[in-house]
Write a protein that binds this ligand. Sequence first.
Ligand code: ADP
Ligand code: MG
Length: 396
Amino acid sequence: MTTQEMMSAFEQAYGHKAEKMYFAPGRVNLIGEHTDYNGGCVFPCALSFGAWLLIAKNEDQVLRFRSLNMPQTYNIALSAICPQPDKAWCNYALGCLDIIKRRHPEAALKSGYDLLYYGNVPAGAGLSSSAAMEVVTARAFTEEMSAVSCQSSDDKAYRTELALIGQACEHEYAGVMCGIMDQFASAQGKKDHAIYLNCDTLEFEHVPVKLDGIKVVITNTHSPHHLDSGAYNDRVRQCKLAVEQISKVKPIKFLAELTEEDWKEVQSAITDPIAFKRARHVVGEVARTAAAVEALKRGEIAYFGELMTASHVSLRDDYEVTGPELDALAEAAWQVEGVLGSRMTGGGFGGCTVSLVKDEAIEQFKAFVGKEYEEKTGLKADFYVAEIGDGVARLA
Ligand code: ADP
Ligand code: MG
């Protein structure tokens, strides 16, 4: 859909023209999985897919929500902004307005608004359509509500604040206790760069991704499985147990503080075999992520790919969050000549893999991986050749 078509859809829906238009991207994490809540770094990039938001003021003291992706529409009085029941999609937007007001007391909605969303991130695939929607809303309404205390800061700080608004919305209005990576990548993305982000301190660096003749290919499992909060909370608890047991010989706050050298010395302190495997993944993944960033800076893309593959193996064997669908995709990808590396991305069990594939191998990759995947799981995979795009922006 073109932006012109979105403008026409707005006019058709509301009977008047949109005044402003914004875009925020979805994201894919290249490496650094399940490191965020262990004090480690992640390495996501913003995609050229994302969420668009068109808005215009109305005279009616009401917020009207429509989406070209969803049949439900919502009319919410300005005086009644609070979480809506039944997983209403407008919560991802409404929450941002509420959080803006709470984080920036000078901000106010001075009129009603008509809003129209359109997204082309496949929803629920782990590419963060929800974060794109939150960040695009936060961008538009920090401006509309004159939240000057965040806008007057420098651009980087403003974008970090947009991510924090989006994350708070996800926690409070969607009930998903996510880390900061998704919203951060959507807000701070930069074309042809990935973001080396410490999720604890929010320090980050944009690292150029120069992939001559190589593409980032995302493959969607379309699996109904996902990392549920029970499995997620188990992993958090097991990592905490490892921290406690290691702290008897070397006091630490997070597993990510351990180098691989430290690991050799402290590993015997962990008596629980499951906690041991979880910790071994985290320590290895933190080191792999740092090594991958260095490899990319030196232009060693083949090594970067090997680290991605090693990341998948560790998530499969030690962290145990891959499952048959993601394993089928990654293991088929590894067999294709011209694939530099392939791994699951996101929380796990379902969602997507991310692969580095030489241009000339892309068709063979899709054909072989698609066929193997269907034979093993009975499901059809989808392939997206990703472009690394900019973070949130006003378009018109
Ligand atoms: P994801 O991994 O894509 O973020 P989530 O389950 O976190 O998956 O978020 C998907 C939900 O976000 C959808 O069910 C819907 O409520 C909301 N959403 C995302 N994009 C849109 C959109 N373009 N229009 C309306 N709602 C959207
Ligand atoms: Mg989400």
